[in-house]
Design a protein around this ligand. Structure first.
Ligand code: PLP
Ligand code: COI
Length: 339
């Protein structure tokens, strides 16, 4: 295991000592537990390899100022994994056991939770896959659930420096052209579009709805939030984007902590030029500001500029981080203490 420099963390995989594993076979989940084996050996015909029957979650464990290790709303990750499993015809992992497994992994890898001063966290990756062999197209009936942790810093290099993004020429579509689906997002289908964005000098893509290409959906790994010139929070409503836990939390924070008006509705590409601020929100992204969106017709620069995050997104980000780190009182049940 390589030594990890906790003061210079990027968003990459670094192996930590323990992960949680549980297997579903003959109609039941086994007891599950920790293992130090990071590799997985499966039959070549396993459902995960042949038909990509796999789903994942992402959440963070991190130090609070007063020395506890906590995570943020893991019950919502447990529920979303459950919903994703149903969608991809997989055996859901019990939601109460999910939270216990998160705690076990974090405790076992406590030395790999970045210190509070670094601003980093232990990113946890729970995932579920079909493990038995299937050659005709059908769901597996044996599954493995795992959670590993890896210490991470900012998802986008440069922290809160505004990003330039582009409207993607590609739809992040499922193979059958239905648009990306709620939970079992096929991320491999977005890699081509992401490479195209990077080659053109943009950090990410803004995906539009595949049917009409007039409405804003989300980006590769985050939902969008916009601030209007009169200070409202607007965020796209769509059945084909991931129901981001960060976005749902920010909607609550904006309304109940900052007294803002929140609009969760369809957002049209034509409206982009009217917004004052734009950000990407997610577990990995937290809130990362967007300064500019490149479209075929024009480059849209938000009034918040390319130098720093705008004032309202800054207030939202500080309030969210304050709640997550125990410096601002959290709504009941949002913060789960592990250590
Ligand atoms: N949208 C996509 C496609 C994602 O991969 C993620 C990250 O998990 C999000 C949105 C943000 O979701 P959350 O806030 O639950 O991390
Ligand atoms: C997250 O924010 O947890 C994500 O899953 C985004 C990305 C790493 C895919």
């Amino acid at each position: 295991m390589a030594k990890i420099d906790m003061n210079n963390l990027d968003f990459s995989y670094k192996e930590t000592p323990f992960r949680y594993v549980s297997n579903f076979k003959d109609g039941q989940w086994d007891e599950g537990g920790l293992t130090d084996e990071a590799s997985i050996v499966l039959n070549e015909c396993a459902g995960v390899f042949q038909y990509a029957q796999t789903i994942f979650e992402g959440l963070k464990a991190y130090y609070t100022k007063d020395g506890h290790i906590v995570c943020f709303r893991p019950d919502l990750n447990a529920q979303r994994l459950h919903d994703s499993a149903k969608y991809l015809v997989m055996q859901p992992f019990p939601t109460d056991r999910f939270i216990e497994a998160v705690k076990e992994v974090v405790k076992a890898n406590q030395d790999f939770v970045p210190p509070y001063s670094t601003g980093g966290s232990l990113y946890l990756r729970p995932f579920l896959m079909g493990t038995n062999s299937v050659i005709g197209v059908k769901p597996a009936d044996e599954f493995q659930f795992r959670i590993f942790g890896t210490p991470v810093g900012d998802y986008f290099k440069g922290g809160v420096k505004p990003l330039k993004i582009q409207i993607s020429d590609f739809d992040r579509a499922a193979p059958h052209g239905t648009g990306h689906i709620k939970a079992g997002l096929n991320y491999a289908m977005s890699l081509h579009a992401l490479e195209a964005a990077h080659e053109a000098g943009y950090a990410e893509n803004m995906y539009l709805d595949p049917q009409t290409r007039t409405k804003v959906e989300e980006t590769g790994g985050a939902n969008f939030i916009f601030i209007t010139k009169d200070g409202k929070l607007v965020t796209p409503k769509s059945d084909s984007i991931l129901p981001s836990i960060t976005r749902r939390s920010l909607m609550y924070v904006a309304e109940h902590y900052l007294g803002m008006t929140v609009e969760h509705r369809e957002v049209y590409k034509e409206e982009l030029k009217d917004f004052a601020e734009c950000g990407l929100c997610g577990t990995a992204a937290v809130i990362s500001p967007v300064g500019m969106v490149h479209t075929k017709e024009e480059d849209i620069f938000f009034p918040s500029g390319m130098d720093e995050m705008g004032p309202t997104l800054t207030k939202l980000r500080e309030t969210l981080l304050g709640i997550q780190h125990g410096e601002i009182e959290a709504p009941e049940g949002w913060i789960v203490r592990i250590v």
